[in-house]
Structures are given as structure tokens and as C-alpha cells.
Design a protein around this ligand. Structure first.
Ligand SMILES: Cc1cc2nc3c(=O)[nH]c(=O)nc-3n(C[C@H](O)[C@H](O)[C@H](O)COP(=O)(O)O)c2cc1C
Length: 238
């Protein structure tokens, strides 16, 4: 088992099975830094711009799960599982659970929105809640194990599925599909587990609606300068 970036199974970054070739600095991913940076800076929460009328191919979803499997996991445990729901009846049942979990939170959030940007986010979240069953695929990332009060254990558990989930979303974005991270159905995680047959020793960590997006691309979001949130050597500004 390769545990240090040393020789391992020959699976290249492009999923071809070819190992990555050495290249000039800045070309580490076998492509351009610009292309990678564009995906990293423009993978937004897509809700209103999901194409609700265009199905998502199973092959694309599986390809992106394959890329997600290149993510790190604690002890290389790889306990990730992805439950992909495309059946209209099951999507309706899941959407009902999502709305039950979302309603109060989103009503309160919208009423208390502190500015236009916050209002837009919560209106968009409400649109998603109201239309969730119309989204072509609902993906529930899961991990083997249950969270506990032990920080090391819980960090390892969630850290073993959240990076893979984000990789999945980035891979979809690179292929012209939009996603949004959501967690609001988790108030009814037990009901969702019963609906989908998810075993009791498996934890759901979210619900990712997936569809092709409409319109042109996306822009980077406004964020404060990195210096404002980064501390060197000890907490607090130098
Ligand atoms: C842990 C987490 C939970 C989230 N839960 C929800 C959710 O339940 N419903 C929803 O519509 N968006 C949810 N979001 C999406 C955020 O609202 C979104 O990422 C944020 O507004 C920033 O928007 P951007 O990703 O387009 O920059 C969640 C995001 C994260 C990271």
C-alpha cells in the first residue's frame, strides 16, 4: 500500500490508469493551474440554475464517484458510500423529509437576513427545498461508522467522507453539472435511512442535489483577503 505518495497502484490523475508524469512546477495536475484554480474558485451552490428537465447520466455520476475515491480517508479506511437517488417516488419522499427539516430554519433565516446577499442565499435555498424532487439526482454521501463525543474519532469519521464529497462536487462542476451542499434533511436522517435501507452503523453526512446547470459559468464569490483569516505560528494577527 502506498502511504506516502510512493509507488502505488498506477492510477493517474485523469483516471486513465496512467501514473502522473513529472512536469514543470505548476503543472502538477497534468493540466494547467489556471483550469484547476477556476474550478476551485467557481464551484458555487447551484440551486435556481439547475436544469430540472435534463437527466444526469449514470456514467457521469459514477465517473465522479471514481474521482471522489481518490480523496484521503483516515487510515485509508475508504469507508465512503454514495447513495444516488433518481427514482421519482423515492426523490419525493426524500424531498418531503428535507422540507420537514428545512421549513422552520429557512423561514427564520429569511426573516432575519441581514443584507441582500443573505436574502438571496435563503431565497435560493427555499427554491431548492420547494423543488428538490425535480432535481435529476439526489446523492447522499455516507460513511461507515457513527460520530461520538471523542474529537479525534469524529474528526476522522467526517474527515473520511467530506473531502471525497467535495471532490465529487468539483468533478461534477468540471463536467458542466451543478451541485449544492445540503444538510437539512439530517434532522430526519433515521427516516431517510429507513427509506433507503441505509444500515444503522452508517452515517449520512448530507444530501447533494445534482443537475446540469443552465446559463454560462460562475464567478468567484467575494471573500475577505486570506491574510485576514490566516495566522502564522500562533493564533492572532502578527
Ligand atoms: C456544511 C454545509 C451545510 C449546508 N447546508 C445547506 C442546506 O441545507 N441547504 C442549502 O440550500 N444550502 C446549504 N449549504 C450551502 C451554503 O448555503 C452555501 O455554500 C453558501 O451560501 C455559500 O454559497 P457558495 O457556495 O455559492 O459560495 C450548506 C453548505 C455547507 C458547507
Amino acid at each position: 500500500m502506498a502511504d506516502d505518495g510512493g509507488p502505488g497502484p498506477a492510477v493517474g490523475p485523469d483516471g486513465t490508469g496512467q501514473p502522473e508524469r513529472a512536469g514543470p512546477p505548476g503543472a502538477a495536475a497534468g493540466g494547467t493551474v489556471e483550469a484547476v484554480d477556476r474550478i476551485l474558485s467557481t464551484t458555487r451552490a447551484v440551486r435556481k440554475r439547475l436544469d430540472l428537465g435534463r437527466p444526469v447520466e449514470e456514467a457521469v455520476l459514477l465517473e465522479c464517484v471514481g474521482l471522489a475515491q481518490q480523496a484521503p480517508s483516515a487510515g485509508n479506511g475508504q469507508g465512503w458510500r454514495f447513495v444516488i437517488v433518481t427514482d421519482p417516488e423515492v426523490k419525493s419522499d426524500l424531498a418531503r423529509l428535507y422540507r420537514a427539516g428545512a421549513r422552520d430554519y429557512l423561514d427564520r433565516a429569511l426573516a432575519g437576513a441581514r443584507d441582500d446577499q443573505a436574502r438571496r442565499v435563503f431565497e435560493s435555498a427555499q427554491f431548492l427545498a420547494e423543488n428538490l424532487e425535480r432535481v435529476p439526482a439526489l446523492v447522499i454521501p455516507c460513511v461507515h461508522g457513527r460520530p461520538s463525543a471523542n474529537l479525534v474519532h469524529s474528526a476522522a469519521l467526517f474527515g473520511s467522507i467530506l473531502p471525497a464529497t467535495w471532490s465529487f462536487m468539483l468533478a461534477l462542476r468540471a463536467r458542466g453539472l451543478g451541485t449544492s451542499w445540503t444538510t437539512l434533511h439530517l434532522s430526519f436522517a433515521d427516516e431517510a435511512a429507513a427509506l433507503l435501507g441505509i444500515p444503522a452503523d452508517v452515517t449520512q453526512v448530507g444530501l447533494i442535489p445534482v443537475g446540469y446547470y443552465t446559463g454560462a459559468g460562475f464567478k468567484p464569490a467575494g471573500r475577505p483577503p486570506a491574510q485576514d483569516i490566516t495566522f502564522f505560528n500562533a493564533w492572532g494577527p502578527a
